[in-house]
Design a protein around this ligand. Structure first.
Ligand SMILES: [Zn+2]
Length: 215
């Protein structure tokens, strides 16, 4: 039985729980299109480094794929992951904050799903099948990348407060003073920078863990 060989990692294990509960990861899911499988298998008989012994099982065809395959198409998986052998969907996790945003906005994104889902899956599969597997680059996040992500996040927050929130709460934004806009922009900018710095800190800490423990 293959499960004697593999350790199953799924909810409520720490890494998976972290994925669905950390509000910052909603950014990875909704903006970057990063998705992770609901279930990983870790080979207990291999001496390979951690990243090289994690597998993803396809329940439809029974294929067991290296998780590394998806490192080649890490972003852009807004409509989930598909099996490179049989193209069936592989169950993925969904962050609860993503879910809270996706449910009320379903009329906006559902037509996009109908139009682009198959096309996007074909593109991602082409990347997965046609590029060689490379070991992941274990490196931290640069300050510039952290600030860029923070900037985008701040801008998205600002647009949310200025455009989406008032229409949801039926607030008349024309009565707001320029100062109110300025303060909102400042808050979002500071929030974005802090968020970027947090991501950089978390990513660098993870790199140190990988370097020291190999897991
Ligand atoms: Zn399959």
């Amino acid at each position: 039985m293959y499960l004697d060989r593999y350790e199953v990692i799924e909810l409520p294990r720490g890494a998976k729980l972290h994925w669905i509960l950390n509000p910052g990861l909603a950014f990875n899911e909704l903006i970057l299109g990063q998705r992770i499988p609901a279930r990983d298998l870790v080979d207990q008989l291999s001496d390979a480094p951690w990243f090289d012994r994690v597998y993803v099982e396809c329940k439809s065809c029974g294929a067991i794929h290296k998780s590394l395959l998806w490192r080649k198409a890490l972003m852009g998986n807004w409509f989930g992951l598909v099996c490179p052998s049989c193209e069936a969907k592989i169950p993925t996790l969904l962050n609860v904050f993503s879910l809270a945003l996706l449910i009320p906005t379903a009329p906006l994104w559902f037509p996009l799903k109908l139009i682009f889902e198959k096309r996007l899956h074909r593109m991602q599969l082409a990347i997965i099948r046609n590029t060689p597997v490379l070991p992941p680059k274990v490196q931290g996040m640069s300050l510039r990348a952290a600030l860029a992500i923070g900037g985008v996040w701040g801008a998205v927050m600002f647009l949310f407060f200025v455009l989406v929130m008032p229409s949801l709460t039926q607030t008349d934004m024309t009565s707001q003073t320029p100062m109110a806009y300025f303060l909102a922009a400042l808050m979002c900018a500071v929030g974005g920078v802090l968020f970027g710095l947090y991501l950089r800190w978390a990513s660098n800490r993870r790199v140190k863990q990988i370097a020291s423990k190999g897991s």
